[in-house]
Write a protein that binds this ligand. Sequence first.
Ligand code: NG1
Length: 459
Amino acid sequence: MEDGTIAFYSNTELIDCFSSEFGGPPQILTRAPGRVNLLGEHVDYNGLPVLPMTIDRAVTIAARKRDDHSVTIRNLDNAFAGEAFENVLGLPHSAQGSWINYCKAAMEGINTDRMIESFPGMNILCAGTIPPASGLSSSSALVVATALTYLSVLEQPLRSESQRTDLAALLAGAERYVGVHGGGMDQAIILLGGKECACKINFFPLRVERVPVFRDHLFVICNSLVKADKSGSAVHRYNEGPLTCRLIRALAEKHAQMAFGEEIEIEHLGDLWFGPLCLTNAEVESLFSEAFPQPRTTLAQATAVLGIGEAEIRRKWLGDLPEPDGGYNLQARARHQLTELARVEQGRDCLLAGDAATFGSLMNDSHQSCAHDYGVSSPQLDTLVEVARQAGALGSRLTGAGFGGCTVSLIEKDSLESFANAIATHYYEEYLNLANADPLAQDWVLPAQPVSPADSEYL
Ligand code: NG1
């Protein structure tokens, strides 16, 4: 369990610390905000839309180009050990779970994509106010902040919205360097989000629609204080989602071919709706009920349908994901994709219409689906959303990958104090047995204010 306490700093403090660490001032200052996802969980890696917004917490980097090829990365927070390495193509990984791998992911992605030949060195000092491993995207903020810093060192700063879009798509792939089969939501919202608005993000191709947040209501983040460390132990639990969805995609494709012709290709599950077929929700529902007639599908059943051996299925899609007793729970996982898509579409409409009550009930339904159909909640998250609803939230759900981390709740703007007090009493004190909780001061309850996207400047 984490106490979640965050040290704050100003840009001037960061710049001063850089100067004393590296013996001279930085040239570049970069900021990348965290994000909270409002609706659309565990669907981005299937190419289905999401509805996140940026938050007023960020990773900040001060940096200076070096004359050689060495990269030295340090953190203002001593809990994150620094490292030095040579900038080369094919950067060797740092230790499993090390935060440096996120910086390397960004550099490796840019070196490969932009065919960089100069491999400049740099000194970097990072600082952050996003609670780590909380589902608020501290890791992708670090990836984006490193990428923008490195592009400035390369004298290729971003100049247009379309360059931002291209970079978001590039970094979604680049972050897989850390071993997570994640989607593209985080990099997209961090680079393309905006003040006072949430974004409906579509993938393949990446498109962002900005929608204003409610005027009289507030999204509030509550930290369960259980770490969900995707670069450590939670990575396998997270990857279960994308890996089983690959099998869902293959089986859905097979059934679509039976129904519509051999030439149909479904690259991402989302192509059922947005690809050549343009199926309606009802048509996808009926395809799923044919493809997943039972709650579970065994590997043996999948081989029979797909006409290929188990080894081939593992090589192509499942990797070494163990087969649970009775098979993989593809039916419920497929249902989550379908229902969550409908909630994202409706949620965007509610934001535009200012309908907070319906938005709240979509959040409740989304939590239910994440917990029961997708299996990514935890007893702490279930308790926290229940307490939030009893404290008057119009809706409450886990946010981000799940397994711990944070929830997001929708409350009336003027009820923040009483909401935080109820969470203090019924979650932190009664449920977690923490004495004298003051969650607003301790930073465990955060009102979420959408801010402008990541940026980098020459000082
Ligand atoms: P967080 O909550 O930051 O671990 C992860 C993925 C997202 C998305 C969500 C679940 C990465 C970088 N982020 O986010 O793409 O799949 O889980 O909706 O992998």
